[in-house]
Unconditional design. Structure first.
Length: 580
């Protein structure tokens, strides 16, 4: 049976490999402390030997007191070292997280852009690895490295006892190997089922109103339970194997401990045990210490498999989404738009939505894009914003490729109102100011321009009022106005509005037209995608899309005349409210 793909060891990405290697400093410090902890863990055996050798024979109470004080001091020092090494590995795990969380968040975001949906599983994977770095499993591995100290001492007591300990250690290694072979496949499959169940539950919660209103809850729950029951079945299977392995591991340790004691007794009776009869007890204790780290590793194997799976998924993510290269800093765009022979499809698809789109829009002018449903208007908006890449051709703003323009640099100078408005949990001011530094003067100006004032004035906290997750406290029209205010915040040079009036009433329509006229007067370049004809009054140019191709493009009146079959007339003054 072939191994599941998720457990194949991919070539580690450079980023993950470097971050793991960057933990060497912490591991070296922890390794030294593990060494001293291993040496100090011999305290009980040394204390016992000294009590038998010095105190019992001499009956000296002062010697017993001094030995006891030394033993307590050794125990205290060992516990301090244990605590310190745990703190060191905790710092290592935090450093690992801090160095990667921004990169992973960016990768998740970019995958969400490409696939049209987000998945935060990689953040959970990062948490799993972070917790594993400081886990008991890693400590057990470090302790296992120094089990050779105990094994060496057992060999010094008697080679036969040493070889018995070696046999016990080999048996534990075989148990560990069997644990890997039996638990890894179901645990890996269980993790995949858990991710599927979590993703399905998240999608259900995002559509809770639809599920409730149409009585879909029982059906949705039944489908979720398919994933959940598969996960539970696989976890139970892995737990059965892990439980069996843990029981066998403990059995081997007990057998070895008692076996060494019995073997030591036999050697003592035959007069061949170095150090006398007390050494058979010491050998029994040290033999148990040889196996103890291996037994802990077996007990922690589920965490080992989970961390390995998480590492593989992060490696695949970072390999598939390389670090975005930063281009040269560019000046604030003036807004000249050039679309050059663009062919476009949804990310991951080769089915063209737009084919051979060509047009230019001078800075400061307003373009209205019209066309029937599924003609490619929203795809064009995403291309103009640099959200989606083109299969062929370029979208240029002031001569620079929009898709490759650093969005942190370009973002403040462009505005976008998507057809599906996404707002975020926070205040009105934070949403309008794009969760950057809030300039209340600009927030109020944008709110007033889109007609939010009358609504905001009814709120006790005004623009500091929270709007709920995804703007759940707002109506459809209010959400659209907040999205529009966000798009025009700071008067960007280039603005794309996709169906900006779809949820607006008559007053909202008038406010929108006023907003467009004001932006025109401020020389912003506007692209407005709409089904409603009243927006045409503010257009300088019109683009008609049909079946993913340009059917018509040109000055407003020429295009309207061509569509109506009448000769073009002189441009009419738009019948809209005057600009204040």
């Amino acid at each position: 049976m072939s191994r599941p793909a998720a457990m194949n060891f991919p070539v580690p990405s450079k980023e993950l490999r470097e971050e793991v290697l960057g933990l060497k400093f912490y591991l070296r410090k922890t390794l030294w402390m593990s060494f001293f902890c291993s040496v100090l863990s011999l305290t009980p055996s040394i204390y016992m030997l000294d009590v038998y050798d010095r105190v019992i024979n001499s009956r000296d109470g002062l010697t017993l007191l001094m030995l006891t004080i030394l033993a307590v001091g050794a125990y205290l020092l060992m516990e301090i070292l244990e605590w310190v090494r745990a703190e060191v590995m905790q710092k290592a795990s935090i450093r690992f997280d801090e160095n990667l969380n921004q990169r992973i968040f960016d990768a998740i975001f970019r995958v969400g852009l490409q696939q049209g949906r987000g998945n935060a599983q990689a953040l959970s994977d990062l948490r799993v690895i972070r917790e594993f770095v400081s886990s008991a499993a890693v400590m057990a591995v470090l302790d296992a490295l120094f089990s050779v100290i105990f094994l060496f001492i057992v060999f010094l007591i008697h080679p036969l006892l040493g070889w018995a300990s070696v046999m016990g250690a080999l048996a534990q290694v075989l148990v560990t190997y069997r644990t890997e072979k039996k638990t890894q496949p179901p645990l890996t499959a269980s993790n995949r089922a858990a991710i599927a169940a979590q993703t399905y539950a998240g999608n259900t919660l995002r559509n809770a109103q639809v599920v409730e209103s149409m009585g879909m809850l029982n059906s949705i729950h039944a489908k979720w339970m398919v994933h959940q029951q598969e996960m539970l079945r696989l976890q139970a299977e892995a737990s059965d194997h892990a439980g069996w392995s843990a029981a066998v591991s403990k059995f081997i340790q007990n057998i070895l401990s008692s076996g060494l004691l019995g073997l030591g007794c036999w050697l003592s009776l035959s007069g061949s045990l170095n150090g006398g009869g007390g050494m058979m007890i010491v050998a029994s204790i040290l033999g148990g210490k040889v196996l103890s780290p291996l037994m802990q590793i077996v007990a922690q194997w589920k965490n080992v498999v989970n961390a390995r799976d998480a590492y593989a998924r992060l490696n695949n993510l970072l390999s598939a989404v390389p670090v975005r290269e930063m281009g040269m800093p560019l000046p604030r765009p003036k807004g000249k738009l050039d679309v050059e022979a663009v062919v476009a499809a949804a990310p991951g698809s080769q089915v063209s939505i737009l084919r051979g789109i060509n047009f230019s829009l001078p800075a400061g002018e307003t373009l209205v894009v019209v066309g029937p449903s599924a003609s490619g208007k929203t795809t064009l908006a995403r291309l103009l914003m640099g959200v989606w890449p083109a299969l062929a051709g370029k979208v240029r703003l002031d001569g620079a490729d929009v898709f490759h323009w650093n969005k942190e640099e370009l973002g403040p100078h462009i505005g976008y109102l998507p057809q599906g408005i996404e707002l975020f949990d926070g205040t009105l001011a934070e949403n309008i100011a794009r969760f950057g530094e809030v300039d209340m003067d600009k927030v109020r100006a944008a709110g007033a321009l889109v007609g939010l004032d009358s609504f905001v004035n009814t709120l006790s906290e005004g623009y500091e009022s929270r709007i709920g997750v995804d703007g759940s406290f707002l109506s459809g029209g209010q959400r659209q106005r907040v999205g529009l205010a966000r798009a025009i915040y700071g008067t960007p040079s280039f603005i794309v509005l996709d169906e900006p009036n779809s949820s607006l009433d008559e007053m909202g329509e008038k406010a929108l037209l006023q907003t467009l006229l004001t932006l025109k007067s401020l020389k912003s370049t506007l692209v407005v995608i709409t089904h409603r004809t009243n927006v045409l009054s503010v257009a300088d140019r019109i683009l008609v899309l049909r079946d993913g191709a340009v059917q018509m493009y040109g000055p407003r009146d020429e295009v309207l005349a061509a569509l109506s079959g009448k000769p073009a007339t002189a441009p009419a003054t738009p019948n809209v409210p005057a600009v204040a």
